[in-house]
Design a protein around this ligand. Structure first.
Ligand code: GCU
Length: 429
């Protein structure tokens, strides 16, 4: 190699190194999560109530409206309120789980002047029910066909995140994915308890990757805060929440086996962040369950324990609106925090759940949000969370404001669901 060429190669290599060290990918690698309670920054939470204001049902309404606006503008982005057409078609029904469950599949078709979009909704209800049943509604990570070993369930044709375990090839779901998430969806246990469970694939609503808020249902509303000049454009979590409301439209208007006044929205992890925001936005939901929802869900952002605002905005730039990035490494400037999000659900029953080894999601931060939200429940005439501090693992406190800490990893399993069924009982009564 000539010395000139060598110098040029060296220069180019160094250039790449310097550019690389500034790239988001490498910046991300350098992130070290804090798991040390003594290193949690000292913080002051924004008040749930108006400063020095009265804590009454009357004073809560204007304060709630103010908080909704802040969460919409600063964090999740506000969905459009413009018109759309919606149609429901039952595409299949039959018996499942040895005849214990009635399985129904619906196609929810949405249309605006900009185009059309459809989402498949799968519903299981007990065959022996004598009246419409209270029902859980939640999104799945990989499609309806992953929730049960049932050959009749439609395999999604929407884009899927790569996963060999879930039978995804080239970002497309395949037959191999059937039943691969069944441990997260104990359908038989739910119908045995007398409840229904309905689900659709989050990617049917909005694919989980960053495309500048243009794909999925975003594409139906191109005029709604369409460009980078609108930092409060609705992110993917808001799109999923909007989609869940359309699933509720279908359950309420089309599915006779379901008691549409008693639908509880449930979600795990990113979908647990979604369940809280969904119920905040749509008062028709009878309650909400957030399982291991962490940063951007139930966990207090200001604790910066485990995942932080900067980290989530870097790894998942499409989940929240552009303005949320202003709070990267700057949580104390947030005009809101997640205890207020939980409070927005009052007086409806809410369940926040954590797992002991899920430090990334900050179980203590999740617990504190549930605890602190209790002030609104109490002002509205209901009991708040009865626990005073983070309980030992495998303790569940079920009430209007519920909390549990399951032993183990980031997941949703039969133990979690057994408690969600107990929680659902108060909605059924
Ligand atoms: C990542 C992300 C979390 C999220 C989780 C999930 O770990 O950092 O915020 O909750 O994925 O959705 O599985």
């Amino acid at each position: 190699m000539s010395s000139q060429l060598f110098r040029a190669t060296l220069f180019f290599g160094l250039g790449l190194f310097v550019a690389g060290s500034c790239s988001p990918l490498l910046a991300q690698k350098k992130f070290v999560a804090n798991y040390d309670e003594s290193k949690v920054p000292s913080y002051q939470l924004p008040p749930i109530w108006q400063d020095d204001g009265e804590k009454t049902a009357e004073s809560w309404q204007p304060r709630r409206a103010e908080l909704m606006q802040l969460f919409g503008n600063q964090m999740y982005g506000t969905p459009p309120e413009s018109e759309f057409k919606i149609r429901f078609e039952e595409i299949e029904s039959g018996k499942s789980f040895d005849g214990k469950a009635l399985r129904q599949q619906f196609r929810v078709e949405l249309a605006t002047e900009a185009g059309e979009h459809s989402i498949d909704l799968l519903v299981f209800t007990p065959t022996n029910a004598t009246k419409p049943v209270p029902t859980f509604l939640g999104l799945s990570f990989f499609g309806n066909h992953t929730v049960a070993d049932d050959k009749v369930i439609t395999v999604t044709s929407s884009w899927c995140r790569s996963s060999k375990d879930k039978g995804v090839e080239d970002n497309r779901a395949t037959e191999a994915g059937r039943g691969t998430s069944k441990s997260r969806w104990p359908v038989e246990m739910i119908v045995d308890a007398g409840f229904g469970v309905a689900t659709c694939y989050c990617g049917d609503i909005d694919p989980d990757f960053d495309d500048g808020f243009n794909n999925g249902v975003h594409a139906l509303f191109p005029g709604h805060r369409p460009d980078a000049e609108h930092p409060d454009r609705w992110g993917t979590i808001s799109a999923w929440a909007w989609g869940l409301s359309r699933m509720l439209d279908c359950l309420q208007q089309e599915v006779k086996a379901v008691d549409g006044e008693r639908v509880v929205v449930i979600g795990h992890s990113r979908l647990g962040k979604t369940s809280l925001w969904t119920a905040a936005m749509d008062a028709r939901f009878a309650g909400a369950i957030s399982n291991d929802s962490g940063c951007g869900g139930a966990a207090l952002s200001r604790r910066a324990f485990g995942e932080t605002v900067e980290r989530i905005n870097t790894s998942f730039p499409h989940w929240f609106c552009g303005d949320f990035k202003r709070y990267n490494k700057n949580e104390s400037a947030l005009p809101i925090d997640q205890h207020q999000l939980v409070a927005l659900l009052a007086p409806r029953p809410v369940y926040v759940a954590s797992a002991s080894e899920d430090r990334w999601a900050d179980p203590k931060g999740e617990f504190l949000s549930a605890k602190l939200s209790s002030t609104v429940y109490e002002a509205l005439g209901h009991a708040g969370l009865k626990l005073e501090e983070l309980p030992p693992a495998n303790t569940a406190e079920i009430g209007r404001v519920s909390y549990h800490l399951r032993e183990g990893k980031h997941d949703i399993n039969a133990w979690d669901w057994a408690n969600y069924i107990r929680f659902m009982q108060q909605i059924a009564d």
